[in-house]
Design a protein around this ligand. Structure first.
Ligand code: NAD
Length: 351
């Protein structure tokens, strides 16, 4: 065995009902006196409760999925106008993404309080959208200094969004088995992430206000994000990135639909990943494990339900092919990619 693995330096505080105390302590630790709170209008109540002990100078609530550049510019102007020295963001990946966009140009430290399973808080990846083109990059300035995980903040996350977001986290785990920089540490984290999500998500569906399922799922989502941050984007993320940017599809739902198709496509050529994923699902095969979980969760099945047109598929194939990782386990060609996308579009059985 031989590998190089780089972990990202950030503090992680996990405790249900403890966000307000933990956020206060993390802001004090940074020595910050002028905090900008970034949270969408619907997360305002959550944000106010967790920042009650923090010296807040401004609340900013213009949160838009995929962070349009003009939205980022306005948030940066607000930060400058209020002379802020730290950001606390409370929300899903879109909210964390906006805080990262401000940190990218200002270097302001972020304390992230996630309220979905997207995992952006544990990566040094930023994303901005200009027109229909989404650009991403890696920069140490956008990595939150601290993450405060409090599963009690997620009790109101609607079940459908919880399922889609949880499967987005699962996709981080699965892709981390074969992404370009995947190493044994990433695979170990990803296997435990799958196990935790497999235990937690059905509990969330059965009892959305139950803390135990929410905690398992959130723990799994963090592991997933750490694995993904190190392993990089594999075939699954490349496909979803293109689809999300070009056709403005919802992020988590797109991941949830595409995942079983990429899994079925790759496992025949990736026996070690197949074994690990099957074991994490406690199933006879990886594909069977994911199928069982998706059935239990009532997972979304077809991209056409989110506005993608059949006529969009040839353009999508053309846009994805050049970004497919060269060492993807199953070699990708225009025909097999077109079949994969068509199956995901119509909601056919993955094969
Ligand atoms: P999101 O942040 O857009 O949130 C989805 C919806 O859930 C919103 O309507 C939001 O108001 C609602 N919501 C969030 N938390 C809630 C709560 N606790 N209770 C009730 N409602 C709640 O969606 P997302 O899937 O979390 O994030 C998607 C974005 O994150 C995409 O732009 C994606 O590219 C980005 N992302 C980036 C990275 C990265 O590493 N940079 C990783 C994952 C995702």
């Amino acid at each position: 065995m031989r590998f190089e693995h780089e972990g990202l330096a950030q503090r992680v505080l996990f405790g249900s009902g403890e966000a307000a105390r933990a956020v206060t302590e993390e802001v004090e630790r940074l020595g910050s006196r002028r905090v900008m709170v970034v949270a969408g209008a619907s997360e305002r109540g959550l944000a106010e409760s967790v920042t009650a002990g923090v010296p807040v100078v401004v609340h900013h609530d213009e949160v838009v999925m995929h962070v349009p550049v003009e939205v980022a510019e306005r948030a940066r102007a607000v930060a400058a106008a209020h002379d802020v020295d730290a950001i606390v963001c409370v929300g899903g990946g879109s909210t964390t993404g906006l805080a990262k966009a401000v940190a990218l140009t200002t270097g302001l430290p972020i304390v992230a309080v996630p309220t979905t399973y997207a995992g952006s808080e544990a990566t040094n990846v930023w994303g901005l959208t200009e027109g229909a083109k989404k650009t991403t990059g890696v920069d140490g300035r956008v990595l939150p200094r601290a993450i405060v995980y409090d599963a009690s903040l997620m009790l109101g996350l609607p079940v459908a969004m919880s399922v889609a977001s949880g499967l987005n986290a699962l996709a981080h785990c699965v892709d981390s088995m074969w992404a370009p920089r995947a190493d044994p540490i990433d695979r170990a984290l990803a296997g435990e992430g799958i196990r935790a999500l497999r235990i937690g998500l059905p509990q969330v569906v059965a009892d959305p206000r139950g803390l135990e399922g929410r905690e398992y799922a959130l723990y799994g989502a963090y592991l997933a994000a750490v694995a993904f941050a190190s392993a990089g984007s594999g075939l699954h993320h490349k496909i979803c990135h293109v689809l999300g940017g070009r056709y403005d599809l919802p992020h988590a739902q797109t991941h949830a639909v595409v995942l079983p198709h990429v899994l079925a496509f790759n496992v025949p050529s990736a026996p070690e990943a197949e074994r690990r994923i099957a074991a994490a699902f406690d199933a006879a095969s990886a594909v069977e494990g994911l199928r069982r979980l998706r059935t239990e969760l009532g997972a979304p099945t077809a991209l056409r339900d989110y506005g993608l047109q059949e006529a969009d598929l040839p353009g999508a194939v053309e846009a994805i092919l050049p970004v497919v990782p060269a060492d993807n386990p199953t070699p990708v060609d225009p025909d097999n990619l077109a079949r994969l996308l068509h199956a995901a579009w119509e909601g056919a059985d993955p094969r």
